[in-house]
Design a protein around this ligand. Sequence first.
Ligand code: G6P
Length: 611
Amino acid sequence: MCGIVGFTGGKQAAPVILDGLTKLEYRGYDSAGVAVSDKDGTIDIVKAKGKLKVLGDLTDGGKKLKGLCGIGHTRWATHGEPSENNAHPHCNDEKTIVAVHNGIIENFTPLKEKLMRRGYTFYSETDTEVATKLVDYYYKKYGEPLRAISEFALHVRGSYALAVLFKDYPGKIFAIRKDSPMVIGYTDGGAYLASDVPAILKYTRNIYYTDNHDIVLLSEKGVTFYNLDREEIKKDATVISWDAEAAEKGGWEHFMLKEIHEQPEVVKNTVNYFLHDGKLDLSELNLSEEYLKDIGSIIITGCGSAYHVGVVAQYVLEDLARIPVRVEIASEFRYRKPVLSGKELVIVISQSGETADSLAALREMKQNGVKTLAIVNVLGSSIAREADSVFYTKAGPEISVATTKAYSAQLIAMYLIALKLAKVRGAVAGEYYATLKKELTLLPEKIEKTLALKEEVQKFASQMMDKKDVFFIGRGIDYAVSIESSLKLKEISYIHSEAYAAGELKHGTISLIEDGTLVLGILTQKNLIEKTVSNLVETASRGAYVAVLASEKAEGIPEKFERIFRIPETDEHFFASLAVIAMQLFAYYLSVLRGNDVDKPRNLAKSVTVE
Ligand code: G6P
């Protein structure tokens, strides 16, 4: 959701910026722009509606824009339609102050009115033009860029990663962030700024993660950080261990397909990191056994697929650790006034660590004095830094908007936490505890085996590509997998789909079943198979085309069902990790067959930093 890139140093800036922006395409955008300043500070701006290719063609891959310092942006429209006029960078009337921004300025209306009273006019509908002109106002008032930026921060409400060029300061980029991601990189060749590491990883591995209200001054000579009082502050760089290739397609047709196939590795990495020589070691989380024993209940929150991991985890945690669990959609939970005892542990799940609603829910809970644990993939992200404890999943960079490997890694995180709780609370017998640990180490090869369903699933997808409605049904963990499967399908194939708890179907939704409607049943939970089969039969009797995904040994599946896909056996608590793989493949192939942009589905963004 919006991406920014900046560079200043010893080479032409525009090609570096355009290249960086392509690495952020996954974030979702509908227009793009770049601004470059030359030696005397004169700033050139080029913007275009649509894909980066349009901007690339206009500028000959950036070569037409001469200058060693610049900023660029991909915009995902919030205030104002996607258009060249609303695209960033935005500027003051004299084009002496030019800015790009990711985030939302919440009080932009009163600020705009204030500026209008002081004679400012506006050419776009964006909050970013207001932000730029606010910086201009304070720059004219105080004659100093750092002061202008800190005054900006003191007067705006909302979220921002803002990068600004001042004509009076050639070769320098001034930046600030609050609640929107911004990383800084530095090499001998210059300084870089970006919304996410992959955009600049090709040039440097030395990354500074910025904190809220850090002001950054980038120049060819280096990077300097200031606080809002404009006092210099010291920050340490992190050396990124994964390489640029991890964020490249590497021969795969799509990032999604690559990431689907990375799942055995990702699951292995996450399991092995915390489980070695048969010992489960979660000491990195800094949660003492006394504390874990004493937790009264668990609240899990997140958005999208992260929330769906929570739904799986609810079944696993309650059953294994015998602890009350509730799962809440972050955008709802943050506005509720939950009755809290103070003995809850709130687990916030987020791949990006930047999802606005999940971050807000976390803050809300912290304000209530409740302990928080984040399950996050992106190092140094806001949620990771603000939570009391962090479980970092080892999924590596996930580029495809539709999450696959991060979801799988989050499941593992939840299984490990459930096992730990089960053990310290004495809820699981020693022998079974050992079996579960062993089973986790076997999951990677079972995921690999599930991936071998690929061709069968692809063929099935080609037969189903004209379906208008798809229903996913299951009970227990199979229901939890159904909601994720349905989301995946909707996100990238644009086929309407519903996920239903199998027993709930006949309370209304069964009226939607028509001749040929595809109903996909998930049958991995031994005790529930018979019940779900009955519900599937009910839909078949009304004309549904029924296909099922079942474990190898699942029995009692009527032959009259049109298709049966089998996945390897595992412990019943871990089946989501296998079932979801087949469903990801199904969504993927349908999307490809329908000619969709698999990695960048329409209207969606990878990291949703607005509410
Ligand atoms: C977006 C993505 C989803 C993701 C959700 C939560 O909607 O498209 O794939 O599940 O955000 O993102 P998070 O980064 O918090 O896991």
